[in-house]
Write a protein that binds this ligand. Structure first.
Ligand code: GLC
Ligand code: GLC
Length: 829
C-alpha cells in the first residue's frame, strides 16, 4: 500500500494523506541553519549543532508522536484547522505534502479556503522562510483569522529538557512591530538571538505559551486564543516563550493573499551586541537595546513573493547542478529515481548531519561520528569536494597521534567528545578510505600535505599523510593472538563489545571498561575482530596506492606486506569453511562459527573479505557469498546474523540484549547489505547484486509502505529481520551510512562507474536482461557521456571500451583534463 507517489520531474515525493504510518520528514538547510519538517509540519530548527544551538523546541517520544513544530492555525468562523492537519486534526477537504530538494510544500483545504505553505531555507541564509498563500476558492467572501506558532528552545537542547528549575525563569523576548525576538541569555553570555517575523502588519501576538494555550491543561491541538479567534497579546517573562502572530484576513471569492514568515537566527560580534537608541514601539522589559541590523537585513532579503520565488529558484538551480554530476538512464525507473535524485539527496543530508538530528536521533546524543562521517563522504564527495575536504580535515583533527581517535565530536566546537572517548577498533581505517575517495574524485594530491594537527598535539606540524600512516599502523600495532586486529570497545558493530560487557544496569556497553581488562589498558588483548581484518585488507591497498604515487616505494612495499600477512592470518585463523568468522571473544572462543549455538554467521566481515580476495584461490569468495544467500537472505533484505540470539551472551556485550530480528541482533542492517551488494557485483554476480539492491532501496519499498512504515524516498538504518515480530518494518530513517554505501554500491559497483587514482574506471555488473544503460559523469573538469551496451546479455565483463571513438586498453578512462565532453562506449561480453 502506498501513501503518495514520486513526481520525478519535480524531484518531489508527494504525500497524499497526513496519516502516514510514521512521520515522513524532510530536511531544510545545507550549511548553518537546519530544520526538520514532517508531513504535518512537525519538527524543529537549529543552527550548526542540534544539541548546543537549538532554536525551536521539540519533544521526542511524545504522545502523540509528532507534536510540536511550526504551526499555522486558521479559525474560519469557528472551524479551526491547520494546513498540515496536525495538531488540531480537523478533517481536511484536501491535503498534500510535497517534499522536494531542500523545501517542503504543504497544502490544505477546508470549506473553500485553500492554504498552501512553502517552507525552505534559502542558500547561504540562516533562517527558514515560510510562504503562506491563502486562496478563497468559495463563492462567498471569507473573513478568518490566521495564527502562526513557534516555541523557542533555550539554546542548549540537553539543558532545555532537563534543567527546569533554572529554565522556567530565564526566557526573554521582545516585540517590535511584526517581529518577535528571542533573547534568552543574550545580554550575558551569548551573542546570538532568534526572531520570527511576518511581512505585514499584525493584529496581535502571543509570546507566552500558557497564555496562547489558555490553560496548562491544553495542548497544541487546543489553543484557546485560536479558538477564541483573537490573540491575547501576552508578553513572556520567563516560563515558556513562544512566538505567535495573529492576523485578521478578508478575501473576496477567488482572491488570494500571500504572507511571508521568517524564522531567523543571527549572531553579533561581541563589540556590536547592543544598539544605542531604543526603536520606537519596542515592547521590552530590558534596559539594554539589541543591535537588530542582521535581523533587519535578513527580513529585507525575503519580504516579497518575488524575492521568495528567486530564493526558491536559486535553491532549485543549486540542486540542478549538484545532481548533474552523476546521472543515469537505466531500464529501471526506480534505479534512476534513486541514483538521480533521492539517494544523492540523502547523501547530502547524512554528510551535513552525520547521526545527530533525525526523528530517531534526538540531536543530543551524538554529534559527528568519526567512522560515520568518514563513510558519509564516500557517497557525497563528488557533489561538493571542497566541503568534503574541509570535513576530512575537521575529522582528522580529532585523531590522536597514535592513530586512535575520538569516536565523536560536536560540530559547533569541533572538539572530540570525552564522554564517549575512543578505542573503537575500526575508526582509523575509514579515514584512509575517505581520503582516498577524495583524491580519486578530485586528483587533489595536495590534501596529503595539508597541515592537520592531532588532538593531543594541537601545535605540532603534521600532515594528512601522517594521519593515514598512523591510521594504518594503529591496526598493525594492535594485533591479538591470531595476528588479527584487537576488537577493543567495539568495531563497526557498536553492539559487539568484547571488552565492555557488564551485567549491571546502566553501565554503557561501549564505554564501560570491564575491570578484567583495566590492567591491560581498557580492553582485552585476546578479543579480535575479523571484520577489522577484512576492512584492513580492503582499505589498505588505497594507502599503498597513495604511497606508490608519492614514490615512497619502500614504505609501500612494507605496508603491502602487512596487508598480505593479514590476509594470510585471516585465511588461516578466521575462515570457517563456508564463510568468515566474526571475531574471537575475550576467552579466545570463536564468534560467528558453525560451531556456535546461535549467531553462527555474521554479515559484516564477508563482503570486504570477498572484495579483498581472501582465499579466492580456494573458492572462499563464492562459498561465502552462497552462505550469505542461504542463511541471511530473506524477503526484505539480508539479516545481520543468523540464527538470531535468543539468550543473553554476556561476553558479547550489547548485541544479544535486542530481541531477535531487531538492530544488530539479526535485524536487516541496510548499511552492511551494501557491502554484500558490492561484493556480489565485484564477483560478477550481477543478478544477486541487483536482487539485494532492490530489496532495500526505498523506491522499491514504496508499494509496501504499510509494512515498511518509514519514508519510501530514503534509506533507514534498519528493517525488522525474519526473526522479528515486525518483519519488514523500517526504523531509524535518514541518518545512516546506508545512504553513502548504497550510492557507492549502485553507482560504482553495479553500474560500475568508479573514480580511481588515475582515471574513471567503467566495469558494470548488471542484470543480464538489461540491454545496457547510459550514464553521464562530470569528472575532474570533463564530462563523460557513457553508453554501456550489453548485446550478449552478460552480467559483467568489458569487451571493448572506446573514448571518442578511440579504443582504450583495460577499463580505466585516462583523465583528459581538457574540460570537454567525451563520448565513451562500453560493450560488455
Ligand atoms: C549505527 C551507527 C554506526 C554503527 C552501526 C552499527 O548505524 O551510526 O556507527 O556502525 O550503527 O552498530
Ligand atoms: C550506537 C549505534 C547503534 C547501537 C547503539 C547501541 O549508538 O549507533 O546502532 O544500537 O550504539 O547502544
Amino acid at each position: 500500500m502506498k501513501f503518495g507517489h514520486f513526481d520525478d520531474a519535480a524531484r518531489e515525493y508527494v504525500i497524499e494523506t497526513p496519516k502516514t504510518p510514521y512521520p515522513w520528514i524532510n530536511y531544510l538547510g545545507n550549511q548553518g541553519f537546519f530544520s526538520l519538517i514532517s508531513n504535518t509540519a512537525g519538527g524543529y530548527s537549529f543552527y550548526m549543532d542540534a544539541r548546543l544551538r537549538r532554536i525551536t523546541r521539540y519533544r521526542y517520544n511524545n504522545v502523540p508522536l509528532d507534536m510540536g513544530g511550526r504551526y499555522f492555525y486558521i479559525n474560519d468562523n469557528g472551524t479551526v484547522w491547520n494546513p498540515g492537519w496536525s495538531p488540531v486534526k480537523t478533517e481536511l477537504d484536501a491535503y498534500e505534502c510535497r517534499h522536494g530538494m531542500g523545501y517542503t510544500i504543504i497544502t490544505g483545504k477546508k470549506n473553500g479556503l485553500k492554504a498552501e505553505v512553502t517552507f525552505f531555507v534559502p542558500q547561504d541564509y540562516d533562517g527558514e522562510v515560510q510562504q503562506v498563500v491563502l486562496t478563497n476558492e468559495s463563492q462567498e467572501a471569507k473573513e478568518f483569522a490566521l495564527f502562526s506558532m513557534a516555541e523557542w528552545c533555550l539554546w542548549d537542547a540537553q539543558d532545555d529538557c532537563t534543567n527546569f528549575q533554572r529554565n522556567f525563569s530565564t526566557g526573554r523576548v521582545e516585540i517590535l512591530g511584526s517581529t518577535i525576538y528571542h533573547l534568552t541569555e543574550y545580554r550575558d553570555r551569548r551573542n546570538h538571538y532568534a526572531f520570527y517575523t511576518v511581512n505585514d502588519t499584525i493584529d496581535g501576538y502571543d509570546t507566552d505559551r500558557d497564555a496562547f494555550l489558555g490553560s496548562i491543561y491544553n495542548g497544541w491541538d487546543n489553543p484557546e486564543t485560536v479558538k477564541a479567534g483573537k490573540a491575547s497579546n501576552s508578553f513572556a517573562d520567563g516560563w515558556s516563550p513562544i512566538a505567535s502572530h495573529y492576523k485578521k484576513i478578508t478575501l473576496a471569492p477567488g482572491e488570494s493573499k500571500t504572507l511571508i514568515y521568517i524564522l531567523g537566527y543571527a549572531e553579533n560580534p561581541q563589540d556590536k551586541k547592543f544598539a544605542a537608541a531604543k526603536p520606537e514601539g519596542l515592547l521590552t522589559r530590558e534596559a539594554w537595546v539589541l543591535n537588530r541590523e542582521k535581523a533587519d537585513a535578513m527580513i529585507e532579503k525575503y519580504n516579497t513573493p518575488e524575492k521568495v520565488a528567486a530564493g526558491l529558484a536559486e535553491l532549485r538551480a543549486t540542486w540542478d547542478s549538484l545532481l548533474s554530476i552523476y546521472k543515469v538512464d537505466t531500464p529501471d525507473d526506480k534505479v534512476n529515481r534513486m541514483v538521480n535524485i533521492w539517494n544523492q539527496y540523502q547523501c547530502m543530508v547524512t554528510f551535513n548531519l552525520s547521526r545527530s538530528a533525525s526523528y530517531f536521533e534526538s540531536g543530543i546524543g551524538r554529534g559527528m561520528g568519526f567512522r560515520d562521517s568518514n563513510q558519509d563522504i564516500l557517497g557525497f564527495v563528488h557533489q561538493i569536494p571542497d566541503r568534503a575536504r574541509a570535513r576530512l580535515i575537521d575529522i582528522a583533527s580529532t585523531q590522536l597521534s597514535d592513530g586512535g581517535c575520538y569516536h565523536q565530536y560536536q560540530p559547533l566546537t569541533k572538539k572530540g567528545n570525552a564522554d564517549i572517548g575512543g578505542d573503537f577498533s575500526d575508526d582509523p581505517l575509514w579515514m584512509i578510505l575517505s581520503v582516498a575517495a577524495y583524491i580519486k574524485e578530485t586528483g587533489d594530491w595536495g590534501i596529503l600535505d595539508a597541515n592537520v594537527p592531532f588532538d593531543d598535539d594541537p601545535e605540532g606540524k603534521h600532515t594528512m599523510l601522517d594521519h593515514l600512516n598512523v591510521s594504518f599502523y594503529h591496526i598493525v600495532n594492535n594485533l591479538g593472538p591470531h595476528g588479527l586486529p584487537l576488537a577493543m570497545r567495539a568495531d563497526w558493530n557498536d553492539c559487539i563489545n568484547l571488552s565492555c560487557f557488564s551485567d549491571t544496569p546502566g553501565e554503557s556497553f561501549q564505554t564501560y571498561t570491564n575491570p578484567k581488562f583495566k590492567a591491560e589498558g581498557g580492553y582485552s588483548k585476546i578479543a579480535e575482530s575479523v571484520f577489522v581484518a577484512a576492512l584492513f585488507t580492503y582499505t589498505g591497498p588505497a594507502y599503498v596506492g597513495i604511497l606508490e604515487h608519492l614514490g615512497k616505494t619502500e614504505e609501500a612495499a612494507k605496508a603491502q606486506a602487512e596487508i598480505d600477512k593479514m590476509k594470510k592470518n585471516t585465511m588461516e585463523s578466521a575462515f570457517d569453511g563456508e564463510w568468515f568468522l566474526r571475531a574471537y571473544d575475550a576467552n579466545g572462543e570463536k564468534m560467528g562459527s558453525h560451531e556456535c549455538e546461535e549467531g553462527k554467521i555474521f554479515i559484516e566481515p564477508q563482503g570486504f573479505a570477498v572484495m579483498s580476495e581472501i582465499g579466492k584461490d580456494v573458492g572462499a569468495d563464492i562459498k561465502t557469498l552462497d552462505s550469505i544467500d542461504k542463511y541471511l537472505n530473506c524477503e526484505f533484505g539480508l539479516v545481520l546474523n543468523n540464527p538470531a540470539f535468543t539468550k543473553y551472551y554476556i561476553q558479547y556485550g550489547e548485541i544479544s540484549t535486542y530481541p531477535g530480528g531487531y538492530k544488530e541482533n539479526a535485524g536487516i542492517f541496510t548499511h552492511n547489505n551494501a557491502w554484500i551488494i558490492c561484493a556480489e557485483a565485484y564477483a560478477g554476480r550481477g543478478e544477486k547484486a541487483f536482487e539485494y539492491y532492490s530489496k532495500i532501496a526505498p523506491a522499491f519499498t514504496e508499494e509496501t509502505s504499510d509494512i515498511h512504515k518509514t519514508e519510501p524516498y530514503v534509506y533507514g538504518q534498519m528493517i525488522g529481520g525474519k526473526d522479528a515480530k515486525n518483519f519488514g518494518q523500517g526504523k531509524n530513517s535518514w541518518l545512516t551510512g546506508t545512504a553513502a554505501w548504497n550510492m557507492v554500491a549502485i553507482s560504482q559497483y553495479i553500474l560500475g562507474v568508479k573514480p580511481e587514482f588515475d582515471g574513471l574506471s567503467i566495469d558494470p555488473s548488471i542484470p543480464a536482461a538489461w540491454d545496457g544503460f547510459k550514464a553521464e559523469r562530470k569528472f575532474r573538469g570533463d564530462i563523460y557521456e557513457i553508453e554501456v551496451k550489453n548485446p550478449a546479455h552478460v552480467n559483467k565483463g568489458v569487451k571493448s571500451l572506446t573514448v571518442d571513438g578511440t579504443a582504450v586498453d583495460g577499463k580505466v578512462i585516462p583523465v583528459a583534463g581538457d574540460g570537454k565532453t567525451h563520448k565513451v562506449e562500453v560493450v560488455l561480453g
